[in-house]
Design a binder for this molecule. Structure first.
Ligand code: NAD
Length: 262
């Protein structure tokens, strides 16, 4: 028996790298057909070549409603329906400190990061919802440990990841009983999550080895997590096995909630 993803049609935003790419690969392996929205034409073309007819690629920006509408329309045209929308694209503030940024940078960074992490989630859900109502499908947001705790980023990232939880809860409430709305909250993961330009002057770049050590130190299971470590949570939430689950967040973070007081 498979994981129940066979014949499912899924959109993944930010699906050409990191967690989104790992989810896309696994879902296709499980028999799903996937549409990916990404920004890099090069990456999109490479994935299109690798996956052929099981993958649709669209170059676009999640903060633009028209691009979200286009991928939903193209998906239904190619694959006949939409079962799952995964709002995964995101950007980072690089742990920039509020006190270091001047007011102009604070404001620019706010608009830049909220446009992608928060508005992108709103607009993706809005563009997908009519098709998801037809299939009784579901939405999955990629949130973060920063949705619950401080020090998973700076103020911009932490506030944006908290905001996604508000969207998730209210949407799960409004879209029941037809569409389930859930999230996966990864902890620190070894990806190349981009630090937004307005905050780059205030950020110290660290090498991957140090990053891996830091991630390991910070979670009780002492895992330097890779994108693949989170994929099982998406598989569960996307499938009909999760038909009784909505408004929930699966933390895939090495146990951040049980770090203890010591
Ligand atoms: P990543 O940079 O590999 O993936 C993010 C993807 O989003 C990239 O492909 C990027 O091109 C795309 N993207 C960015 N802005 C976009 C836009 N405006 N329109 C379309 N696509 C856009 O990094 P990742 O770590 O895999 O990030 C995926 C998600 O995981 C993000 O939402 C991030 O906040 C979340 N997350 C990451 C970590 C971590 O430590 N890496 C931890 C918790 C949560």
């Amino acid at each position: 028996m498979g994981t129940g993803l066979r014949e499912k049609v899924v959109i993944v935003t930010g699906g050409t790298s990191g967690i989104g790419e790992a989810v896309t690969r696994r879902f296709i392996q499980e028999g799903a057909r996937v549409s990916v929205m990404g920004r890099s034409k090069d990456r999109l073309d490479k994935m299109a070549e690798e996956f052929g007819n099981n993958l649709l690629t669209i170059q676009g920006d999640v903060s633009n409603y028209e691009d979200n509408r286009k991928i939903v329309e193209a998906t239904v045209k190619k694959f006949g329906k939409l079962d799952v929308f995964i709002a995964n694209a995101g950007v980072f503030d690089g742990f920039a400190k509020f006190m270091d940024a001047d007011p102009k940078a604070v404001e620019e960074a706010y608009h830049y990061l909220f446009d992608i992490n928060v508005k992108g989630s709103f607009l993706g859900a809005k563009a997908a919802v009519d098709e998801l109502l037809k299939t009784k499908g579901n939405i999955i947001f990629t949130v973060s440990g920063a949705s619950f705790y401080p020090d998973g980023g700076g103020v911009w990232y932490t506030a944006s990841k908290h905001a996604q939880i508000g969207l998730l809860r209210q949407l799960a409430f409004e879209l029941a009983p037809d569409v389930r709305v859930n999230a996966v909250a990864p902890g620190g993961t070894l990806t190349a999550l981009t630090v937004i330009p307005p905050l780059q002057p205030f950020v110290k770049i660290i090498d991957n080895e140090t990053k891996a050590k830091n991630i390991k130190k910070r979670n009780p299971l002492q895992i330097a997590m890779s994108s693949e470590d989170h994929v099982g949570a998406y598989v569960l939430l996307a499938s009909d096995e999760a038909r009784a689950i909505t408004g929930e967040i699966i933390s895939s973070d090495g146990g951040l909630s049980v770090r203890g007081l010591g």
